[in-house]
Design a protein around this ligand. Structure first.
Ligand SMILES: [Zn+2]
Length: 237
């Protein structure tokens, strides 16, 4: 067995590295025991590279999986996740040989709700411009024709930026009239709502007041899919 030793932390540690060959032995002179002394996530900065540690935590986020090729040419499925304990969070990468089990219920199915509603009113309608490059919301500067995006540092022409409407609707469930709630409609939904109004005015030219009046006058019943957590409309049908 080829290995290195270090005495960095006051004790002599065996460091297992890439070139280390661990031979299996049939009988060890001690019993195998699961490690009960867990390392906390915040203390991981004190462990040395190559050291094996056991951490115990909750999987708080799971990202999409992708296929990778291992050094031996074998196709593996790689998936990243976030593991948290009371002291911190780390990103954890797993490479699996086989396909991953898919959860039965998607996150979408848990938070999205389909409902027939009546439009009772609008509590706000506002418009902002979004960055031509990263599409984030930006504010125009003192000069109303020039805008600066603090997210990607792009100084740009306001006239070339797209305008995004955000409208807050107050709705009532058709099935249960006592259920009244606010949801946000972002630009793509606002465009679809205006298309149902009896007006030829372009959304770009409307003031918030005009948009509010058109929607209240012309929109009554709606069939929506909305996100119950983020309180936003996802789909109109
Ligand atoms: Zn930007």
């Amino acid at each position: 067995m080829k290995f290195n030793e270090n005495t960095r932390y006051g004790t002599t540690n065996v460091v297992i590295e890439r070139h280390t060959i661990v031979e299996t032995s049939s009988a060890l002179p001690f019993e195998r025991r699961d490690l009960s002394q867990d390392t906390t996530i915040s203390s991981l900065s004190n462990v040395s590279s190559g050291q094996q540690v056991t951490i115990k935590g909750h999987l708080t986020d799971l990202f999409g999986s992708k296929k990778i090729l291992s050094r031996s040419g074998q196709e593996l499925i790689k998936q990243d996740g976030l593991v948290s304990d009371a002291t911190g969070t780390i990103k954890e990468t797993e490479a699996f040989e086989g396909p991953l089990a898919k959860p039965d219920i998607s996150q979408e199915a848990l938070t999205n709700k389909e409902l027939i509603v009546n439009l009772l009113g609008l509590s706000s309608a506002s418009q902002h411009i979004s960055c031509s490059s990263c599409r984030r919301k930006i504010e125009s500067e003192d000069n109303p024709s020039i805008a600066f995006c603090s997210a990607c540092n792009l100084t740009q022409k306001v006239s070339r930026c797209s305008k995004q409407w955000i409208v807050k609707l107050f709705l009532q469930s058709n099935e249960n009239p006592n259920h009244k709630f606010n949801v946000t409609a972002f630009n793509n939904i606002v465009q679809q709502l205006v298309a149902r109004c009896f007006t030829d005015d372009s959304l770009d030219q409307m003031t918030p007041k005009q948009l509010t009046n058109h929607l209240i006058a012309d929109i009554d019943e709606l069939h929506i899919v909305y996100d119950t957590i983020q309180k936003k409309i996802i789909e109109l049908s």
